[in-house]
Design a protein around this ligand. Structure first.
Ligand code: ATP
Length: 589
């Protein structure tokens, strides 16, 4: 297949602001791709070469790309720089330069998708001495043979700026339409994706073997499973009622969630966002390595401990999130993996077994792991509860042990990969009436700062996630709670995600100086949720022509790097919070 077909589709995608149109273009193009290449096309379209959990990144800086451009088109550094100053985007610069260049192609025919993918993959996987020259030379060779449109998108890809707004759900919708003609089949594809976290794999399966093979997909060690999440509830009585009078209550530990995989004895650790984080926790990998199972998937929370084995707050653990000096950090900030689930054991996926069975297997596993330091691998404390009183008393115990609260789990529930449902309910003290919980929102726009804040952003436009429509809908602008260092840090982070116009995944009525791809999640507090005609979160749900806005929003200081934008507070949750607030107001007046 010629790469030109893909580049033309990218061009149309980059010009639309409609998600429906975006999905349509993608489904048309995916329908044309051969099964042997469809995984690669899915990755490329999302600006990747492999699924995220493999951690392969191409990341070429503008300077390096500029050298490839000089070589490919025989232009001078100054020409590229000047053009970049004017156009602001290296992709557009290369498009323009290539239009005026006389090229001698290295590839006699048009570029194929395979040539492009393989070359980019080689560029990404080359490191060490002499690698820069090699990367520049390979990119220059591609550019030499590319049309100007191809060159634009190749450049955007290698600089990490492809930004077509294609989210995981967009790909799943497009695959369902392309290969089954029915968008409702996305649910089946989503299940397979939740179990493997690999859209390329799902695409390749459906295009070569159809829906039946998708229904047979099982969890496999080595491919991270999308985590099951908890709903929140605000009173122990409603929780026990929801659980039909009997449940298991576990401590909710305040650390970092880890999914540990063991494949033929080799251990990999994945974060809540399913990124590989082995490097931060070699001590955890070592413990898992000592479990007498060759293939295994377990989940738990890593928590920092003090010398007596007491849980310490999350901030202590963050000392472990460093690139260098990790051995010293292990000594200074000891941590333990506290397991709470087992998803694969002895050649079988266990996630479809009931909670009680999984918990019994997990207890066995930890009990028999005799070679591991008992302060390195623990099981999360759990107790059977049959009344609100029992939940409340365990909550007091959990809080005095340094936990955030409880997670109450339904005894017969299976592990529902990627789902947030009421079979797990989180219960924290701040959910009790009168205290507001934090909200995690995605930065989608920003206004330039004035006065002391000149040169940085001064206020950010935030959005909640609409899971049903896979869109981000705005709910507030926040400008308080930021230190100068926060603003500098955020401005830097956001510069990577700036886009020329609103993302097709964003629903916004208000204006903004700059727009961003929905990527960065921050935590805010607000005094109240109100109705507003200018924000689009929950628009028309509670009142015609009104959405929900936050009153006196304030940044808490936490950038939720552990959350993907799709893990942000949802529109549905905001609506529920609003309704809860109205009920409380009525009860107190
Ligand atoms: P929060 O914002 O409250 O941290 P979250 O949105 O990150 O929550 P939730 O699914 O809502 O994630 O809450 C569950 C999280 O709590 C898990 O992701 C996990 O990291 C943590 N956790 C701590 N203890 C447990 C436990 N016993 N069982 C399940 N999850 C636990």
């Amino acid at each position: 297949m010629q790469f030109e077909v893909i580049a033309e589709a990218y061009n149309r995608m980059s010009q639309t602001t409609s998600r429906i149109e975006l999905t349509k273009i993608l489904s048309e193009v995916l329908g044309l791709v051969d099964a042997s290449l469809i995984a690669q096309v899915c990755y490329l379209t999302q600006g990747k070469l492999h699924p995220d959990f493999e951690g392969v990144e191409i990341g070429m800086a503008d300077k390096m790309v500029s050298r490839a451009v000089q070589r490919a088109y025989n232009v001078r550094d100054a020409t590229v720089n000047e053009s970049l100053r004017k156009l602001g985007d290296m992709g557009s610069v290369v498009e323009k330069i290539s239009k005026g260049a006389v090229q001698e192609s290295l590839f006699p025919e048009h570029l194929t998708v395979k040539q492009v993918y393989d070359t980019l993959d080689q560029i990404a996987k080359t490191s060490g001495k002499g690698s820069s020259d090699y990367r520049i030379q390979r990119l220059a060779a591609l550019l030499k043979s590319a049309t100007s449109l191809e060159a634009k998108f190749l450049t955007r890809f290698v600089t990490g700026n492809l930004r077509l707004g294609v989210a995981d759900y967009t790909v799943l919708d497009a695959l369902a339409i392309a290969f089954t003609g029915d968008k409702t089949n996305r649910k089946l594809l989503e299940r397979a994706y939740n179990l493997t976290s690999d859209l390329g794999y799902v695409a390749q399966l459906i295009s070569s073997n159809g829906l039946k093979s998708i229904q047979r997909v099982k969890a496999t060690p080595g491919k991270p499973i999308r985590p099951m999440l908890a709903e929140r509830m605000t009173s122990s009585q409603t929780i026990i009622d929801q659980m039909n009078g009997h449940a298991a209550a576990e401590y909710k530990l305040d650390g970092e969630r880890i999914q540990a995989h063991k494949v033929g004895g080799k251990v990999s650790l994945f974060s809540r966002r399913l990124e590989k984080i082995d490097a931060h926790y070699p001590d955890v990998s070592k413990s898992i390595g000592l479990i007498d199972e060759e293939n295994l998937i377990i989940e738990g929370e890593v928590v920092a401990l003090d010398s007596s084995g007491k849980y310490l707050p999350f901030q202590e653990l963050m000392h472990r999130r460093r690139k260098y000096g990790i051995e010293e950090a292990i000594e200074r900030y000891p941590a333990a993996l506290n397991v709470f689930d087992v998803l694969y054991l002895r050649g079988q996926q266990t996630l479809d077994r009931p909670y009680t069975e999984r918990r019994a297997s997990l207890e066995d596993l930890v009990r028999s792991a005799k070679r591991i330091d008992p302060l390195k691998l623990l099981i999360v404390p759990a107790r059977s509860v049959q009344s609100a009183r029992e939940i409340d008393s365990l909550m007091t115990e959990a809080l005095s042990a340094g936990c955030e609260g409880l997670v109450i789990k339904s005894l017969d529930s299976t592990y529902r990969a990627g789902a947030r449902e009421f079979s797990w309910i989180k219960f924290k003290p701040e959910y009790r009436p009168g205290v507001s919980d934090t909200i995690d929102l995605v930065i989608v726009g920003a206004n330039h700062g004035q006065g002391r804040r000149a040169g940085h952003y001064g206020a950010f436009l935030l959005a909640a996630y609409d899971k049903e429509k896979d869109l981000f809908r705005t709910t507030t602008k926040v400008g308080t709670g930021f230190t100068d260092a926060d603003l500098e840090h955020l401005s830097k982070m956001l510069s990577e995600f700036r886009v020329d116009k609103k993302s097709p995944r964003l629903d916004a009525k208000v204006s903004s100086d700059d727009w961003f791809e929905p990527k960065i999640v921050i935590e805010v507090l607000a005094s109240e949720i109100t109705l507003s005609p200018i924000y689009t979160a929950g628009l028309g749900i509670l009142r015609k022509d009104s959405g929900l806005a936050l009153r006196f929003p304030k940044f808490t200081g936490k950038i939720r790097e552990d959350k993907a934008p799709e893990d942000a507070t949802t529109v549905k949750e905001l609506v529920e919070m609003y309704q809860k607030q109205i009920r409380q107001f009525k009860a107190s007046s």
